[in-house]
Design a protein. Sequence first.
Length: 117
Amino acid sequence: MLSEHDINAAHLPSMQAALMKRRSRLDEIIVGRLYRAAQAVFRDPKEVLREDLAIARNRAVLPEQIVATTTDLNTGLFVQLSGPESAKDGELNLTFGLKYCQEVTDAMRRQKWTKIW
């Protein structure tokens, strides 16, 4: 089961329900790691640069809104937290789900790679 030590109490019931419904596909350890990484990416732009072969990190800054997304590269599970920069963890909007395909462009090499789950 997910823990309040890993997941904010405001988001815990909905994530727990999704885990129970999709038990065969989801793993609490992966989900907890994705959630913590999304929180870190939301709070610190430098977290996007962290090299990790298991988790893809993305941070978009929109007018008065930050969107932090972390994706498990093995399963396609993702956690997305969004809200104003001043929002506390429990006030952030949560999106949690499974991706089927993701394209990423390498700005340095001008190459695009596609991951299909």
